[in-house]
Design a protein around this ligand. Sequence first.
Ligand code: PMP
Length: 365
Amino acid sequence: MRKNYKRTINFSPGPASLPKSVLERIHLELFDFNCSGLSVMELSHRSDYIQSIISDAELSLRRLYDIDDSTHIAFVQGGGSQQFALLPMNFSKKRDKVDYIDTGYWSQKAIAEAKFLGRNVAVIASSKDTNYSNIPNIENILPRPNTKYLHICTNNTIYGTQWHNIPTVSCPLVADMSSDFASREFDINRFGFIYAHAQKNIGIAGVTVLLAREEMLNNICNDLPAIFNYKTHFEYKSNYQTPPCFAIYVTWLVLNWIETKIGGLSKLGDINEEKSKRLYNYIDSSEMYSNQVNKDYRSKVNVIFSLRNTKLESEFINQAKKNNIIGIQGHRSLGGLRASLYNGVTKDDVKKLIEFMNDFAKKNL
Ligand code: PMP
């Protein structure tokens, strides 16, 4: 390994920081994976090497979330946005009822695709009236009779809100977990279908994890091209087309890291909770910064904040960069600032961010 390499502290909303030990292992195995004499990038997707990476990643996920055989798992190409369209295509037909909860930017994108496909879409709850600073009250969530599913986005990357309680509903619950999957524990059995891209908490861009309960697959529309049909990817064990082997490999390493180095999702959830708590506590106690998100719904992985004097924003970002801190600009649709504290961000990284923020406050108040 090169001795004097630089590591920048990265609070980017994704692609995001990876655990150091995962990067080290990738480095170590880059030219010769498991005595194959080849890199993972060069190995055939039909080789035993890649097949066992895929099945080990699946097994690791099953252990972490205690997932039994009634839930199917697949690792597919592409990102979260692709699922916004594939989900209604698979689980409903034109004019079928499909229900959504609008908690901001990404849920709106999902809603737009279902509408485009001619589904009978109802937004049965929304936090638009509070500028997405909360999550709708779960007691008021009543899907329409005969709706094919209810879609939620469990963590709202841009608005910094998160579902801490999952509603119990009378129809299949489906979720975009792209920004908080494997960052905490949750009861997998509450969901009929889950999708989560990897580039925030469990790896790099190029792969999306799909989890589907058996009964959901029984209802899939069969008039879809095989490549768009979810069943194909579960049946072929993520190997119908050439899978994104390297991306799955990185996900496998991150899942291993969660199991062996962290000690599971409960411990990881505690670590993520502690990181976010420290930052929120600092922001709430400061005269320089503020966070407008309802405290009951604050995200543990995306902490949005603003400077009370917004004119100092670009100076803040520039100074952060000089202090080796990047990725803290808010989403272009919302502005402000945001620190994403995904799995690869350490407690020490958060400590350094707070020290920098404190220093900046002292100089500019
Ligand atoms: N869902 C959520 C919650 C996201 O945060 C994002 C992107 N940050 C997406 C979906 C879109 O994912 P992709 O860029 O992989 O299409």
